[in-house]
Design a protein around this ligand. Structure first.
Ligand code: FMN
Length: 189
């Protein structure tokens, strides 16, 4: 069921680094995302698939994980993502595509979870580093989102909360990641 998939799709920041998704699997995620809606159907979003060790390290070094955990949420050696899909906007087609990119990113993550993978979308990116080290044309593209992917090794629980309670995610003494989510009744106006 879709709802189960959405619930299972928690931002994962701890992976089994012995497993690396192959290119075909990552291609199939992109191939699912291409059917998503697009503003004026312009389809200006481009995807860069990365799953080689060297470039994964480059991308990892350009990301900030779980800012609220002040370093404790950054994957350690052996727990890092083993693949990435970078979302870029082709400026020759549109100035920005943030709505499209959100839809694409969630679709990719849901497709990944369906395949037993997990991931996290990241907007906190050292873009200058990525432009430089991945040789991306900065006149033509913006780097908007990075999706980190791999085989999940993180335990996550959802805590139901009411509006006004803290929405800050946290790790408990056992290292379980808690994500507060506001109850539906509270979200409805
Ligand atoms: C647009 C967007 C950007 C995000 N950027 C980051 C990021 O830079 N680093 C990170 O660790 N998580 C990032 N996240 C993940 C959020 O922290 C996460 O969605 C939130 O903690 C709730 O957890 P959940 O995804 O399991 O529901 C981002 C999420 C979204 C939607």
């Amino acid at each position: 069921m879709l709802k189960e998939l959405v619930i299972k799709n928690r931002s994962c920041r701890k992976f089994d680094e012995t497993f690396r998704p192959d290119y075909e699997t990552l291609f199939s995620l992109a191939d699912t995302a291409r059917f998503t809606p697009s503003t004026v159907n312009r389809q200006a979003v481009r995807l860069m698939i990365i799953n080689d060790e060297e470039r994964c390290e480059t991308v990892f070094d350009s990301l900030s994980f779980a800012g609220l955990l002040k370093g404790a949420g950054t994957p350690k050696d052996g727990e890092k993502p083993t693949a990435y899909i970078i979302l870029l906007c082709d400026l020759t087609v549109a100035k920005e595509m943030h709505y499209d990119e959100g839809i694409i990113a969630q679709t990719i993550l849901l497709a990944a979870v369906e395949k037993g993978l997990g991931g996290c979308m990241l907007g906190s990116i050292n873009r200058e580093k990525l432009f430089e080290e991945l040789g991306i044309d900065r006149e033509r593209y913006t780097i908007d989102l990075v999706i980190a992917l791999g085989r999940p090794a993180q335990e996550t629980v959802i805590d139901d909360i009411s509006i006004g309670e803290s929405t800050a995610y946290y790790r408990d003494a056992r290292g379980v990641h808690h994500v507060p989510k506001i109850r539906t009744e509270d979200l409805l106006l």
